[in-house]
Design a protein around this ligand. Structure first.
Ligand SMILES: *Cc1c(COP(=O)(O)O)cnc(C)c1O
Length: 430
């Protein structure tokens, strides 16, 4: 498969090159040249297929021929070494739990898949690749864990000092080896700006191969299609009109769901569930896309004021507002509503959600009001212990720490403190 830049000012390129570059030379996001739906027989036989088989069929066309089929099978097997269960809340609402991976956020799948692709490409190549990534919390841990020990790849993670949870900080600062954590005296936006500046800095890019492990990278974005297939496999016998409510920040996850739909997966509708950062729900109301500075919420992984993958969604719908609107609804909820939802879910269904999942649940409830005959699946994108204080305070219960979290609690933090771009540059140039 070849990829083009959405900005259309850069040459088309292979999957391998798109992964190594992260972003096109004209700063556009890469997008596949074609999307060929899967055959009807695939959906007729889905009950007989394993999750690994499903993932293989779904992503094959996007990575071939750069990743040979036998290698792809191994990458998928290693990436998907945990479960993706559905929990039913009631006859209209289920949740798909995407937090059973090593860092307990859905980003594990994309990070692990991308790390293994880069590792494979680097086998035949003596150049080091440096993955540079800014995190507001969950990306850092997933990327650190996914890339740990991958040959030929160095990972540099920038995170804002004092603004990630203790557990999140442990997850990204205790692994060492090829992972370096930079504790930035500033905000997430400062971290992000420094990363962007580095990609544009020729004195760096002429010396080293820099790439991104955010969802702009196709190898991190596309594997997220798998979730929607896995949910369908578990639900399709019982439910016909399945809709997905996706707690969204940078809109990579929901856009991957729309790719799955293009492959023929019968999804009746999408719901973009946002916190107070409501650029997309506003767009669906007003037809105007107006990025704004992000505001801080209790679902912090969605505190994004200018969702980078929205251009991919517009590309999928050929910039046609009306067809997009038929397939996508958007709602925005504040922190008070999110806490009420955490309580509601706990009291009515004895289920402990995290603040991001709770926003997704609210999206389901809002949509079901006018569409009572659909079945709504909200994605549980992180385990509630990652947001322990808010969740425990809200539901007034203690929750048990899972094994993945206990394992890192008494590991020692190692981070380099930096103040500005010059500091970042001197770390990069070693
Ligand atoms: C990253 C993240 C999101 C948002 O996903 P996008 O693909 O950026 O829309 C939602 N929930 C959690 C827990 C996350 O870590």
């Amino acid at each position: 498969m070849n990829y083009y830049s959405i900005n259309k000012q850069a040459p088309n390129t292979s999957f391998k090159d798109a992964v190594i570059r992260g972003i096109a030379p004209d700063k556009g996001l890469y997008f596949p040249e074609t999307i060929t739906p899967l055959p009807k027989s695939f959906f007729d036989n889905i009950d007989e297929l394993s999750y690994n088989d499903i993932a293989f069929e779904a992503i094959k066309q996007f990575v071939s021929p750069d990743i040979p089929e036998n290698v792809l099978k191994d990458i998928i097997k290693e990436t998907l070494s945990f479960n993706f269960p559905i929990e039913k809340l009631n006859k209209n609402i289920s949740t798909l739990e995407l937090f059973h991976g090593p860092t307990m956020a859905f980003k594990d799948v994309g990070a692990r898949f991308m790390a293994r692709c880069l590792g494979y490409f680097n086998k035949e190549n003596t150049n080091q690749v440096t993955v540079l990534v800014a995190t507001s919390g969950d990306t850092g841990g997933a990327v650190a864990n996914g890339f740990l020990g991958v040959k030929g790849v160095n990972v540099i993670i920038l995170y804002p000092s004092g603004k990630v949870s203790d557990i999140q900080e442990k997850q990204l600062t205790t692994l060492k080896k090829n992972i370096t954590a930079l504790e930035v005296n500033g905000t997430f936006d400062d971290c992000q700006d420094m990363v962007k500046q580095a990609f544009l800095d020729e004195s760096l890019t002429s010396n080293m191969q820099l790439t991104s492990a955010n969802s702009i990278n196709v190898a991190r974005w596309l594997p997220q299609m798998f979730y929607f297939f896995f949910a369908y496999k578990q639900l399709h016998k019982e439910h016909k009109d399945i809709v997905f409510s996706v707690p969204s920040g940078n809109f990579g996850n929901i856009c991957a769901g729309m790719m799955a739909q293009q492959l023929g997966l019968p999804i009746a509708h999408f719901i973009a569930s946002n916190n107070a950062n409501n650029v997309v729900s506003d767009y669906l109301k007003t037809k105007k896309f107006s990025p704004k500075p992000s505001v801080k919420t209790i679902s912090n992984a969605m505190d994004v004021g200018n969702p980078s993958n929205f251009v991919r969604i517009q590309e999928l719908y050929k910039n046609n507002f009306e067809t997009l609107k038929e397939n996508l609804s958007g709602y925005s909820f504040n922190d008070k509503q999110t806490k009420e939802a955490l309580k509601d879910i706990y009291n009515n269904y004895s289920y402990v959600a995290d603040p991001h999942g709770a926003v997704g649940y609210l999206g389901c409830k809002a949509y079901l009001k006018n569409n009572p005959n659909t079945h709504c699946v909200f994605l549980e994108t992180a385990h509630p212990t990652k947001f322990l204080d808010v969740v425990e305070d809200t539901i007034k219960e203690n929750i048990d720490l899972p094994e993945q979290i206990l394992k890192i609690m008494d590991k020692k933090k190692k981070a380099i403190k930096i103040d500005n771009y010059e500091d970042l540059k001197s770390v990069l140039l070693g």
